[in-house]
Design a protein around this ligand. Sequence first.
Ligand SMILES: Cc1cc2nc3c(=O)[nH]c(=O)nc-3n(C[C@H](O)[C@H](O)[C@H](O)COP(=O)(O)OP(=O)(O)OC[C@H]3O[C@@H](n4cnc5c(N)ncnc54)[C@H](O)[C@@H]3O)c2cc1C
Length: 396
Amino acid sequence: MKGKSSDCYVAVVGAGPYGLSSATYLRAAGVETRVFGEPMAFWEKQMPAGMYLRSHPSASHIADPNQELTLDAYCRQNGNRVPKPIPLECFIDYGRWYQSRAVRDLERRNVLNIDLDPRGFKVVMADGEEFTSRRVVVAGGISPFAARPAEFAAVPSALASHTSEHNDLREFKGQRVVVIGAGQSALESAALLKEAGVQVEVIARKKTLTWVGLHPKLHHLGVISKMLYSTRDVGPAGISRLVAMPILFRTLPRRIQDRTAYRAIRPAGSGWLRPRIAGVPITLGRKVVSCVVAGSQLRLRLDDGTERIVDHALLATGFRVDVSRYPFLSQSLLRQLETVAGFPVLKRGLESSIPGLHFLGKPAAWSFGPLLGFVSGAEFASNELVRSITRRNGNN
Ligand SMILES: Cc1cc2nc3c(=O)[nH]c(=O)nc-3n(C[C@H](O)[C@H](O)[C@H](O)COP(=O)(O)OP(=O)(O)OC[C@H]3O[C@@H](n4cnc5c(N)ncnc54)[C@H](O)[C@@H]3O)c2cc1C
């Protein structure tokens, strides 16, 4: 690849739901676009086999401008109905099917570095190719943002690892594992570990577990349900409608945005997980205060003075956005990027303080609300991106 160069108008970094969707919209609008990344890599390599999506099928389509590449269309062509909940493997296959139809020329290579250039951006690929792009769309996902609590900072990952470091929890068979956290990932990991014959306990700071989807009737009340819930499926009744309108959401006072966002995505488990974790010990309202390596095991001390000796601690402690952790953004570019608490500050078109640099997916959530952390936000993001790019440039 070294030496060969093909400059472009837009370079999309990432081939998950946001990268694939935005590239499809851009090309449909006639914008010359190159797209990089392994398709659905995060879902395949960093989520556990046997997992189910928490989002409803209506919120799990990867948006395309003609609404032809829906999850329903994918299942229909295989002679199936859309399963509910959606198995992880089905969603990964769907994403690859989408890519094979809409982004056939996806370049399955990694971007090494992006820097400012008089003509836009200089992009350096891991295999040595260099080119310039007038605009860059970062759709790199949340992988670099895995949050590891301070108490576990010094513990080797062989003994304490983040959930995103695993794609098969059966590797813990026969061991004693604690899961830290109380959200969907923690509770589903506990279920998968139990089913794999692991002795598992869940420990969380929350005093009670929250379950969602326990009142399915609320979704079958016709017009009333439509008024309460958006098909985007982010947040509870009422809030679901508000967060589905990111342009309105961002006009709310910041305090209300923050509170509403927390309410929409607070740690909770899907109701269908409840029977699967029956019998798993769950210690709530407790925090791990120290963590010491003891031979091949870990000794955890909780804030009630009790101890646990385990083979492994699985940290289902979520993700904290900090775009400076994207390894491909150069230091000089990051110095010019306006951020708040690790999130880029974005204007319409999901464009950052650096003209021509756009961020999609979870990093856009500070500016456009929690919808952007979910697959169902890709339609808004892609439309917004295309609208701003084509309008400003008289269509490329
Ligand atoms: C356990 C778990 C369960 C979830 N369940 C749901 C759910 O049910 N519904 C839902 O809507 N959301 C769910 N999410 C959130 C989900 O991660 C996002 O909705 C979705 O992944 C966002 O898509 P994305 O395209 O922004 O990122 P990703 O899907 O993470 O894609 C990122 C892409 O960037 C590529 N990339 C990264 N770095 C580079 C580089 N240097 N060069 C080239 N390419 C690069 C990767 O290879 C990948 O293709 C879940 C998250 C987790 C952790």
